[in-house]
Design a protein around this ligand. Structure first.
Ligand code: HEM
Length: 408
């Protein structure tokens, strides 16, 4: 199915056409079925929300729960029992547990704390660009967009440099979206390795605490008893998982969009102050988190006239909400000078109590990365302008990102 005669089917089947450009399908869904039943996920009724106002309301609706453990039956049916260990974190909890877990790490992510990381991030960016291979074409995702956020996160957490490659490998395997038996087994093994690894590092840091986030979490656990060992390890995993591909894909999407919209790239080059608004516009126009994580209806509810029964799953299409013409003028136009695109307007970082904890960090990394890249390589261009970009193909989109970004 490649047409959009039946947009719900086109969306959930993730046809190549949909992955290449999901926006026409989302436009039809917003018009014809803004709260749309889609193929049940593992036997559980599932609904897709595509309009801005509905999406924003759903993201902060307390009747839509993020508590995997509270919704254990559906959770077990989706993921099986094995993957519980690394999932006991804030993104899977409702208040008051969510409030407690988020508070423990939020001081590490305030705009002031993040701004203090600027020289360090700049250093990592410069080193990666210095070390980029000179033989062309270069896959910018592999040599730049992917390594940058994982280096920053590992340093923030206090993961020793020598362990980064293996930690990154496990984390990537755990985060895979495959549902085959082999892929589940690989996920389970990687999860066990990560769990064992973090337990060991935490043991070391208890002996020799550092200035890092893991040491701060250990102190919170040991001194006030407000955190279980499971929660601590799950939180470390969440930060790594949430801070890696999200930022890497955004940098990739950003470079791709700027290279294919030369007038917008020129505007950013001529006025370096535009980099902040440009990153916001990129999050709106082609953000890297296409849909928010699943939510569960804890009671029967009505969204825009559609009844969602208790126990159903709800998926919120952030990238569709961000193209809603009822919210944004000419939403399909990529315009880095878009007026009034206040940082809070787009839903690229979510909304409500689960609003992205790492938003300031992601913004800073992306701004520094783009500025340095286009300054250092003013002649940068797609390796083969005639070739179509290759977008991720996954069972259902969570990430919007490229599989490669060859440039010269
Ligand atoms: C939550 C997007 C980078 C940590 C979220 C959510 C979104 C998001 C949409 C809400 C998910 C939901 O409600 O289902 C992004 C994007 C990023 C990015 C687009 C990069 C461009 C980061 C970074 C970190 C981070 C760098 C930290 C190192 C988190 C955490 C949560 C979260 C901990 C859960 C917050 C909670 O449950 O209270 N992110 N994120 N993110 N993000 Fe990010």
């Amino acid at each position: 199915m490649t047409s959009v005669d039946d947009p719900a089917t086109a969306a959930e089947q993730c046809t190549p056409a949909f992955r290449r450009d999901p926006y026409p399908v989302y436009a039809l869904l917003r018009e014809t079925a803004p709260v749309c039943p889609i193929r049940p996920r593992h036997g559980i009724e599932t609904y897709l929300i595509t309009r801005y106002e509905d999406a924003r309301a759903a993201l902060s609706d307390p009747r839509l729960s993020k508590d995997m453990y509270g919704a254990m039956d559906s959770y077990r049916r989706i993921f099986g029992d094995s993957s519980v260990a690394l999932d006991d974190h804030m993104l899977n909890s409702d208040p008051p547990k969510h409030t407690r877990l988020r508070k423990l790490v939020s001081s590490g992510f305030t705009p002031r704390r993040v701004e203090a990381l600027r020289p360090h991030i700049q250093n990592v960016v410069n080193t990666l660009l210095d070390e980029a291979p000179t033989r062309e074409p270069v896959d910018l995702l592999a040599v730049f967009a992917f390594p940058l956020p994982i280096i920053v996160i590992c340093e923030l957490l206090g993961v020793p440099e020598a362990d980064r490659a293996k930690v990154q490998g496990w984390s990537t395997t755990v985060a895979q979206t495959g549902f085959s038996k082999e892929s589940k087994l690989a996920q389970q093994r990687a999860e066990e390795s990560l769990y064992a690894y973090f337990s060991e590092v935490i043991g070391d840091k208890r002996e020799r605490p550092g200035e890092d986030l893991l040491s701060a979490l250990i102190e919170a656990r040991d001194e006030s008893g407000t955190l279980t060992e499971h929660e601590m390890i799950s939180t470390a995993f969440l930060l790594m998982f949430a801070g890696h591909k999200t930022t890497a894909y955004l940098i990739g999407n950003a470079v791709h969009q700027l290279l294919t919209h030369p007038d917008q790239l020129r505007a950013v080059r001529e006025d370096p102050e535009l980099i902040g608004p440009a990153v916001e516009e990129l999050l709106r126009y082609d953000g890297s988190v296409e849909t928010a994580t699943f939510r569960y209806a804890t009671e029967d509810l009505d969204i825009a006239g559609t009844r969602i029964p208790r126990g159903a799953l709800v998926q919120i299409a952030l990238n569709s909400a961000n193209r809603d013409p009822l919210k944004f003028d000419a939403p399909d136009r990529f315009d880095v000078t878009r007026p009034g695109n206040a940082q809070s307007a787009h839903l690229g970082f979510g909304h409500g109590i689960h609003y992205c904890l790492g938003a300031s960090l992601a913004r800073l990394e992306t701004r520094i990365a783009l500025t340095a890249l286009f300054e250092r390589f003013p002649e940068i261009a797609p390796a083969d302008p005639a070739r179509e970009a290759s977008w991720l193909e996954v069972p259902f989109p969570a990430f919007r990102g490229l599989t490669e970004l060859p440039v010269v």
